[in-house]
Design a protein around this ligand. Structure first.
Ligand SMILES: Cc1cc2nc3c(=O)[nH]c(=O)nc-3n(C[C@H](O)[C@H](O)[C@H](O)COP(=O)(O)O)c2cc1C
Length: 204
């Protein structure tokens, strides 16, 4: 783990993907490894932490994920927007995308998945929960998060912290056709005032 990365308690792991970041799905099996972009992922359970991610059945990633029963989810920051788009537009079947793009991977602590820390805000290591119908009909893969870590400059004590100082690590969100927005415009919701009952306007 790089010095800025810290383990994230599993009860906080769902917060890493609660806001719908575009992620990098990493995978490895039979001496091969791969990485692809995925905009469609979400938490589906707090404890144990479970997520769902759409991994098209025609991708090389799906082949490796089913073979190993595991995958990694890495959250690229704005610095990796070009890389994210690139690995989402090419197949790893004939080429090692890590080598092609000079991506450095660390090994996941529980399942040994390749995980990317440089330029990423966080990662989750996930064990596939076999749901053949969902995988086949909806290309949706469910998984339990078994380990997670985040760069302390943007996520610590179970909370995100977006500021001008960590813009490079802020998560990216795909609008389509290579256009992304980054997270960062934080709005804090306040409790609404209870509406006054009808007919009491003007009454004191
Ligand atoms: C921004 C972006 C988001 C994407 N989101 C998804 C997704 O959620 N699910 C999916 O199956 N493919 C998604 N893709 C397409 C895959 O990343 C693409 O098919 C990739 O080439 C598969 O690589 P592989 O065959 O090496 O696994 C996305 C592509 C881009 C550029």
């Amino acid at each position: 783990m790089t010095p800025r990365f810290r383990p994230v308690a599993l009860e906080h792991a769902s917060r890493l993907v609660n806001h719908g970041p575009t992620v990098l799905v990493t995978s490895a099996a039979g001496g091969r490894r791969n990485v692809m972009a995925a905009a469609w992922s979400m938490p589906v359970e707090f404890t144990p932490p479970r997520i769902a991610v759409v991994i098209d059945k025609h991708t090389f990633t799906r082949e490796l994920v089913v073979a190993s029963g595991a995958f990694g989810i890495c959250l690229p920051g704005t610095a990796l927007v070009d890389l994210t788009y690139a690995v989402g537009g090419e197949s790893g079947r004939a080429v090692d995308k890590f080598a092609r793009h000079g991506i450095v991977a660390t090994q996941g602590p529980v399942l040994g998945m390749p995980l990317i820390e440089a330029g990423c805000a966080a990662w989750l290591e996930c064990r596939l929960i076999r749901e053949p119908h969902a995988e086949d009909a909806y290309d949706t893969c469910f998984a339990e998060v078994v380990a997670a870590a985040a760069d302390e400059r943007i996520f610590s004590n179970g909370h995100w912290s977006f500021s001008d100082d960590n813009a490079e690590l802020q998560t990216i969100h795909h609008l389509g056709a290579g256009h992304f927005v980054r997270a960062g415009g934080v709005l804090r919701a306040k409790p609404l005032q209870a509406p006054r009952a009808r007919g009491t306007e003007g009454a004191s």
